[in-house]
Design a protein around this ligand. Sequence first.
Ligand SMILES: Nc1ncnc2c1ncn2[C@@H]1O[C@H](COP(=O)(O)OP(=O)(O)O)[C@@H](O)[C@H]1O
Ligand SMILES: [Mg+2]
Length: 252
Amino acid sequence: MIEIEDVSFARQGTPVLQDISLSIPAGGVTALVGPNGAGKSTLLSLMARLLPLETGRISIAGKSVAHTRSDALARTVAILRQDTLVSSRLRVGELVGFGRFPHSRGRLTDEDRHLIDDALREFDLTGMADRFVETLSGGQRQRAMVAMAYCQGCDCMLLDEPLNNLDMFYARELMRILRDLADRQGKTIVIVLHDINHAATYADRIVALRDGRLVSFDRTDQVLVPERLEQIFGYRMEIATVDGQPVVLHHR
Ligand SMILES: Nc1ncnc2c1ncn2[C@@H]1O[C@H](COP(=O)(O)OP(=O)(O)O)[C@@H](O)[C@H]1O
Ligand SMILES: [Mg+2]
């Protein structure tokens, strides 16, 4: 479980998060949505202590993010930041193996190698393990980065816009893998998504921010109503239901 209590944060004197409180239950996929600049990346960074907490408290699986040693925190929560750059002279297997760093400190054990193979398999990258990252397509590269975060072996994964620049095929493939990891392994996945229909299809619940404030936190089907979407995104959308699944439509 992720507990966020009374979190506020300012950048250069401007508040970018204000009085955020929510508790995300363990297990499942939580989509973090909201317009550009809403504070999504800032909130994720605070959750993984990439930024220091100024006001409020955050704990993950009972560990206070502010007061937990870095090595213990790195075994609790893995984060993939928005626009992470990797050296293209790395092989895919090496990149994924970086996820083991908090455990191995660079000296991989047999168990680490086993877990790297496992991560490659989960993300359908086994056949690409020896290829240089630069030879992958954008979709495969993005999948390798998420595999690296997975390989860290944490119950909780925070993913900031991992679908960026992916075509529909690769976006769907990655969402299906993440959904499967939540279902089979009980992973707690918090993922920043821009396409509300990805949230509609794959997320159990939605956290919506706007202008640094929490505007919705509820089950996916409860958030996917026109009034609430308008509150979040600032314009009216329609919701249709296809095979029991909500689909968000935009007016011209
Ligand atoms: N490094 C930074 N320095 C100053 N302001 C920043 C920085 N990063 C983000 N901001 C500002 O903080 C606000 C929230 O940004 P961010 O958390 O990146 O939003 P989102 O991820 O929802 O697009 C925005 O107004 C943005 O301009
Ligand atoms: Mg962002």
